[in-house]
Design a protein around this ligand. Structure first.
Ligand SMILES: [Zn+2]
Length: 185
């Protein structure tokens, strides 16, 4: 197989099949780096899966994939678009980006369904143990309680603040048991 990406972290992969072979009952296909899915030649695909290209072999299709936020099958071009986008994202933020897409409350690029990276960067508010922890940190960072004397701070209703703040945010579970927090602008 000619896959393997140089990027660290889970690589997005696409299992590309030959449609003509598939339609005649032969599962001819191989795994490729998703970012290169639109660059696979029909002959190479057959070589990689140990078969020979027939005259009718022409079209290819992604029958399976890993670490792509797509449901079901897709075109090699679509897999490649996603693969390249994910390659452009810092490894530590890739999961958060995928979670943002999964939430459904994400901003797409002008054309198509790909998430807009500038919007992601603007809205991603980090990974937290809980939403309350995020709210506490926000209250501290914005100096909300700076003018409140130390002794009076426990009277501030952090839970209510977090509750109201949640309306302007989207959260998604993070792998470590915490939450990814996104601002809804
Ligand atoms: Zn074929």
């Amino acid at each position: 197989m000619t896959t393997m990406t140089t990027a660290s972290g889970p690589a997005a992969r696409a299992w590309i099949a030959c449609l003509a072979c598939y339609n005649s009952g032969d599962l001819v296909g191989a795994w490729y780096d998703a970012a290169q899915a639109d660059d696979v030649a029909i002959d190479a695909l057959h070589v990689d899966s140990g078969t020979i290209t027939q005259a009718s072999c022409e079209e290819m299709w992604v029958m399976d994939h890993e670490h792509l936020p797509l449901r079901g099958e897709c075109s090699p071009a679509e897999a490649a678009e996603w693969g390249r986008l994910l390659d452009d994202v810092d490894e530590r933020q890739r999961d958060a980006l995928l979670a943002w897409v999964r939430s459904g409350d994400y901003v797409a690029e002008a054309h198509g369904n790909l998430p807009s990276l500038p919007d992601f960067e603007e809205r991603y508010a980090g990974e937290w143990d809980s939403f309350t922890e995020y709210a506490e940190e926000l209250a501290k960072d914005t100096g909300m309680l700076t003018d409140v004397p130390e002794w009076a701070r426990p009277y501030f209703d952090m839970d209510k603040f977090a509750h109201d703040l949640a309306f302007d945010h989207t959260t998604e579970p993070a792998p470590g048991g915490g939450l990814y927090v996104f601002r809804s602008l």
